[in-house]
Design a protein around this ligand. Structure first.
Ligand code: SF4
Ligand code: SF4
Length: 347
């Protein structure tokens, strides 16, 4: 196979930045306050939003007024509210292009009082935003006081009605039951869970809630069973890399599928050409991933002296990201390993 066709998007998230006020242990995109202060460029964003509006046309009911995690278009990061004026501007652009189910995802760090929250959400709604996704989990409350999350949910419902998603409900209800005020370490959360609702731990920390990719294997891997690399050798990532139902475009315009942080299929401003086909001979890491994890491992051992982790891996994505990080430390010649900074902020 010489060429690989990037999937046509059905829905997507636009990163305003990778910079975040938090450094959550489970972050798939390794966001943190340490990232460069880089923001998506408005002209480029206008271009990708225009492309998305063309590609999504006809795929949604007209005047669709519902939002969903993998539905429509959302603004994300990193933390979009770190640059509220940019978020507002992009919302106006997306609304003028009639992009469906437009919402923003936030960690609520900015929800310091009712007035600020109501004012910002109303301004966004007037600009065309249809809803909000509020993150709630034990990794985030290590950084953001829980009452800010509760405030955002309360006022969000006032402004957006039913178009408020709390992600994820199970964690939110646990943190409420705990009566949490302020922040809490993940270790304290685990202690609470062990005492009060031990039975919920397997579900709460299952790979349905915590995707074992990005930063999670490094920061939470100790909680999970590990396997030798060869257990994952026969798996391929074709399904994830060709998944059209939800893509991301970051602030460097990397076209990212499968929630696979640090893997770029190319420049989203040139989506037509990506969908026509990407030359795989120029992207050996991507080529290997489409074949099998075993091919990637072999390539990394032979070309870059990769050594298997003696403690093993929690998932195929753990093996994948560890190999990619090893390669990215040695060379910047692979365009598919972007953005480069992702590999610096995993731990
Ligand atoms: S999971 Fe969200 S809030 Fe946490 S570091 Fe990543 S982008 Fe920031
Ligand atoms: S193994 Fe790598 S390419 Fe495959 S789904 Fe996981 S992160 Fe993506």
């Amino acid at each position: 196979m010489a060429k690989f066709r990037a999937p046509e998007p059905f829905s997507g998230g636009i990163f305003l930045t990778y910079k975040c006020t938090s450094m959550c242990r489970h972050c798939m995109y390794a966001c943190s306050p340490k990232w460069s202060e880089d923001w998506i460029d408005v002209k480029g964003a206008e271009k990708v939003l225009t492309i998305l509006s063309e590609r999504l046309r006809g795929k949604y009911p007209s005047r669709s007024n519902t939002i969903g995690v993998n539905y429509g278009v959302h603004f994300t990061g990193g933390e979009p509210f770190l640059n509220f004026e940019l978020l507002l501007k992009l919302t106006e652009v997306a609304h003028s292009l009639e992009l469906p189910s437009l919402f923003v995802e936030t960690n609520c760090f900015w929800c310091v009082n009712d007035k600020v929250v109501e004012e910002k959400l109303k301004r966004l709604k007037s600009a065309g935003l249809q809803g909000i996704l509020i993150s709630a989990n034990p990794f985030l409350v290590e950084y953001v006081p829980f009452e800010r999350i509760v405030r955002c949910e309360r006022i969000g419902r006032k402004v957006f009605g039913r178009n408020v998603i709390v992600y994820h409900d199970l964690f939110y209800s646990q943190l409420k039951r705990l009566g949490l005020k302020g922040r809490m370490s993940f270790e304290d959360y685990l202690e609470f869970m062990m005492k009060k609702c031990r039975g919920e731990i397997p579900l709460a920390l299952s790979f349905n809630s915590v995707l074992p990719m990005g930063r999670a294997p490094y920061k939470l891997g100790y909680l999970y069973r590990r396997y030798p690399a060869k257990v994952f050798f026969s798996e391929s990532c074709r399904r994830e890399l060709t998944r059209e139902w939800h893509v991301h475009i970051d602030n460097y315009f990397n076209y990212i599928t499968g929630y696979c942080g640090g893997i770029s299929l190319g420049d989203a401003r040139e989506l037509d050409s990506l969908c026509e086909g990407i030359e795989l001979d120029e992207r050996p890491v991507l080529k290997a991933l489409l074949e099998s994890l075993g091919s990637l491992y072999e390539f990394a051992v032979e070309e870059f002296g990769y050594r298997e982790l003696p403690e093993g891996y929690v998932s195929k994505c753990h093996l994948c990201v560890d190999i990619r990080r090893h390669i990215a430390k040695q060379t910047d010649r692979f365009e598919e390993l972007n953005p480069r900074e992702f590999y610096k902020h995993l731990e």
